[in-house]
Design a protein around this ligand. Structure first.
Ligand SMILES: [Zn+2]
Length: 288
């Protein structure tokens, strides 16, 4: 089924409640002056409830006192403990694990932030340590199918092969990490291959599915990290953005600059948390 091209959608509200626990959170005092980034954008459903701060179970011993948002290295000592709007970035990395996974995790660690990974099932074997390292550092490891093969996943038009691959990957990741992931990212995005019945089946199997709001097009810029930075600068303007990137050499090169620019724009960084799930899918399906 063909879907209409969705044009830019303005987020209604994506304010995050920063509780008293978040006293040491960066609250992004700098004001941002955005250019007019007018691009065709996926549907993005803003969090229906305010995302509340919550302890990070997998990070520091002081996790109980940490907010869900990551602190940047230059966090101010204290901020008034009141509800404030906070612009938030979810960095996402597809197509790992592989030789760049640990480099990406190292950069995130240096910046004191976390990201969400969507890994390919057929690449898990041999990369177990990189997966565990990413998870232990506080990142989320989601699923990106076993094969990443467009023909295998979408050829029939029904969800059978697709769901089979994600269930297989879920069980593999569970064995490796002890954690059962439910968040998937459909290879090539959920449109146009995935139709309404397909969405129903994904929801029926209890998966959650994230597309993205910003496509860095990083795969298209080998040797040109500055183009990736430009692409992100051009597209980022919402209060909450989910940025699609890939585990590529040029992405590793661009990443520090991307993070620094986003920080300057007043964004905090967040990692996917199942208990704070909100829909980000091109079909605007609230079940996913
Ligand atoms: Zn992919």
């Amino acid at each position: 089924m063909k879907w209409m091209v969705i044009t830019a959608l303005v987020l209604s509200s994506a304010s995050l409640v920063i509780s008293a626990l978040a006293a040491n959170t960066v609250l992004g005092g700098r004001s941002a002056n955005y250019g007019s980034a007018s691009v065709n954008m996926p549907q993005f459903i803003a969090p229906s409830k305010a995302v509340t701060t919550e302890a990070e179970p997998k990070t520091a011993p002081s996790a109980a006192s940490q907010p869900a948002l990551d602190n940047s290295a230059n966090a101010p000592a204290a901020k008034p403990a009141e509800a404030k709007a906070q612009k938030v970035i979810y960095l996402t990395f597809d197509d790992g694990p592989g030789k760049y996974t640990e480099q990406i995790v190292n950069i995130l660690n240096k910046k004191g932030i976390h990201a969400t990974f969507f890994m390919i099932g057929n690449q898990l074997k041999g990369n177990e340590q990189a997966i565990i390292t990413a998870l232990d550092a506080g990142n989320y490891v989601g699923m990106h199918s076993m094969s990443h093969d467009k023909k295998k996943l979408y050829k029939t038009g029904n969800s059978d092969a697709f769901l089979k691959e994600f269930k297989q990957e879920q069980s593999l990741l569970e064995k490796i990490t002890g954690v059962t992931p439910w968040l998937i990212r459909a290879p090539y995005g959920s449109k146009p291959e995935i139709d309404a019945d397909f969405y129903d089946d994904i929801a029926a199997d209890n998966f959650k599915m994230w597309d993205w709001t910003v496509d860095s097009k990083d795969w298209n810029y080998p040797g040109k990290p500055e183009r990736i930075v430009q692409e992100i600068k051009r597209q980022v303007h919402r209060d909450v953005e989910v940025i699609l990137m890939h585990e590529k050499a040029q992405t590793v090169q661009a990443l520090p600059q991307i993070i620094e620019w986003l920080e300057k724009k007043g964004y905090a960084f967040a990692v996917y948390k199942p208990e704070q799930h909100f829909p980000v899918n091109f079909g605007k399906d609230e079940r996913l």
